[in-house]
Design a protein around this ligand. Structure first.
Ligand SMILES: *[C@@H]1O[C@H](CO)[C@@H](O)[C@H](O)[C@H]1NC(C)=O
Ligand SMILES: *[C@@H]1O[C@H](CO)[C@@H](O)[C@H](O)[C@H]1NC(C)=O
Length: 149
């Protein structure tokens, strides 16, 4: 008993410190959004640059959906406090369109990581007269994709 007490104290301190540690939001991994679109971000490098792939569940075209590459950058400034801002571009591989996303990686009140984003989708139009209708705007919320075992 005399020897067990310090061990319990160490355990208690370790668990307590763990509970207090502020969870950080990481962009790396597989995400799904409110429309059922999937996105994979491979890794974020030392400069904050990242690449990945986007599998959309929706399209503004009648073309068959294909997985498309994305490239982006994340703010690495220490002021980000574990909830970094980021932006990325999706180059749609099945259409003439490009989408840019901007957002922030948050840890919500349940400790879950969530990406709150806004996007602009630029469609190709045949002439400058149609420019006015070429850009759509929207929002998406991404959470980590949970795979069934
Ligand atoms: C997203 O991933 C899930 C799980 O792998 C899959 O069931 C779903 O069909 C995917 N959706 C798209 C749009 O790729
Ligand atoms: C963008 O998509 C086009 C059409 O699919 C492809 O030819 C081009 O290589 C892509 N560019 C990048 C940077 O992925």
């Amino acid at each position: 008993m005399v020897q067990a007490t310090p061990l319990l104290l160490v355990l208690f301190l370790a668990l307590g410190a763990h509970g207090l540690a502020v969870k950080k939001c990481s962009l790396t991994g597989r995400w799904v959004n409110d429309l059922g679109s999937n996105m994979t971000i491979a890794s974020v490098n030392a400069k904050g640059l990242f690449a990945g792939s986007y599998h959309t569940a929706v399209t503004a075209t009648s073309n068959e959906i294909k997985q498309s590459p994305l490239q982006g950058s994340m703010q690495k400034s220490p002021n980000q406090k574990g909830q970094p801002t980021f932006g990325f571009t999706v180059n749609w591989s099945f259409s003439d369109s490009v989408t840019v996303f901007t957002g922030q990686c948050f840890v919500d009140e349940q400790g879950k990581e969530v990406l709150k984003t806004m996007w602009l989708l630029r469609s190709h139009v045949d002439s400058i007269k149609n420019d006015w209708k070429a850009t759509r705007v929207g929002t998406n919320v991404f959470t980590r994709l949970q795979l069934q075992e």
